[in-house]
Write a new protein. Structure first.
Length: 380
């Protein structure tokens, strides 16, 4: 019988979110000396560093190998070991220790993950940071423990400014008409269809050659993703925070593997992930957004670069979208998921109201402290 260990992680996540803890050496080295080393393979489906999620995983690797000497963390990016749906299956069987996956991509194997994705819902950094405290997230954590044998530590952030990239500016619904656009998960397909595009879901590793050969005309991605494909898709359009795509990372471990660890091993790994790695990831993500916008931003939509829509421009997309995402999610999940689709929207609206722009600890991050991580993985 699988052991559900969600509550301790949830309590730690709430603490970390409430305090905005920076990445610090919270695991006592003296304690680590008494712990047997571990070997962890961590699978992701995003590009390698300098992608912010990949940098956070490098941070996890370095910290874990320090606090549990002799341990080894092997990182696999861009689906090099498993796609995220494959990783979920491998973790259930005990053939993979950990994964760092997107909710939208995970929905290919569990449609309940679509409950918390979709554009124009969590539209402030502070609201995004409340996700781990939602009733909806508690349901998903319980489900993944019981159905997939996965212990979720918590959630991380994709780019605050997820957007649409292409060889031309995608600004209005008419610009999307007939375009073959890569989406990150099936829920985004509904939004693209509402705007007139033809959606296709593929892993990020397949995107550059698909753009180069014309298999796709554009893509939905994060600013971290845009930074990797800006030569193939130089026009990147953002409809405010989570305006075009609303998706998040979950980080979890196989319970087959987790239950074999000692209490001390579990304590150190969970404390490290929840109190250090996830807050660090959110800071790296925020600072990456800022640096990429500062470098490639444009106020002229006719020119290449990252263009953030004006309110009136955002409204055109919102009006064309309507409730297409909600209808799609409800029609592609079991009937008992409908109440959770509605509940997430209620929780998202309340979180945005309580956490307006400019008031989150994430937005107050001193990015000079994060810069050495970007410098380390700077591509020449």
């Amino acid at each position: 019988m699988l052991t559900v260990l969600r509550q301790p992680a949830r309590a730690l996540a709430t603490f970390a979110i409430a305090t905005g803890l920076a990445a610090t050496a919270s695991v006592a080295p003296s304690m680590a000396q008494k712990i047997e080393p571990v070997t962890i393979r961590l699978a992701g489906d995003h590009s390698p560093p300098p992608h912010p999620a990949a940098i956070a995983q490098e941070f996890f690797k370095e910290r874990l190998e320090k606090v549990i000497p002799g341990s080894t963390v092997r990182l696999y990016a861009a689906g090099a070991l498993y796609t995220i749906p494959e990783a979920v299956e491998a973790m259930l069987d005990g053939n993979l220790e950990m994964a760092w996956g997107q909710f939208g991509k995970t929905a290919q194997i569990d449609p309940y993950m679509n409950v918390v994705v979709g554009p124009m819902l969590l539209t402030t950094p502070g609201a995004m940071n409340q996700l781990d405290s939602f009733d909806t997230m508690e349901m998903i954590q319980d489900r993944f423990a019981k159905v997939h044998g996965i212990k979720m530590f918590g959630t991380g952030h994709l780019s605050m400014f997820m957007g649409a990239g292409a060889g031309k500016r995608l600004l209005e619904p008419k610009d999307f008409q007939g375009q073959k656009i890569r989406s990150m998960g099936p829920a985004e397909n509904a939004a693209l269809a509402a705007w007139g595009a033809n959606a296709t879901t593929m892993s990020f590793g397949d995107v550059p050659p698909a753009l180069q050969t014309g298999v796709i005309d554009g893509l939905l991605t994060s600013l971290g993703g845009y930074n990797q494909i800006k030569d193939q898709a130089p026009y990147f359009t953002v409809a405010g925070i989570n305006g075009i795509v609303g998706d998040y990372y979950w980080v979890g471990a196989s319970q087959v593997w987790w239950n074999k660890l000692s209490d001390k091993q579990r304590e150190v790994i969970e404390k490290l992930m929840v109190e250090e790695v996830l807050p660090f990831q959110k800071k790296v993500n925020w600072c990456n957004d800022k640096r990429v916008i500062d470098q490639f931003g444009t106020e002229d939509p006719s020119k290449p670069g990252i263009y953030i829509m004006q309110a009136a421009e955002q409204k055109k997309l919102a009006d064309a979208l309507g409730d297409a995402t909600t209808k799609w999610v409800k029609s592609n999940t079991p009937a008992d998921a409908d109440k959770w689709v509605d509940r997430f929207q209620e929780e998202a609206k309340a979180a945005v109201e309580k956490n307006p722009l400019g008031e989150s600890w994430i937005e107050k991050t001193d990015c000079s402290e994060i810069k050495p991580w970007f410098d380390r993985f700077k591509r020449t």
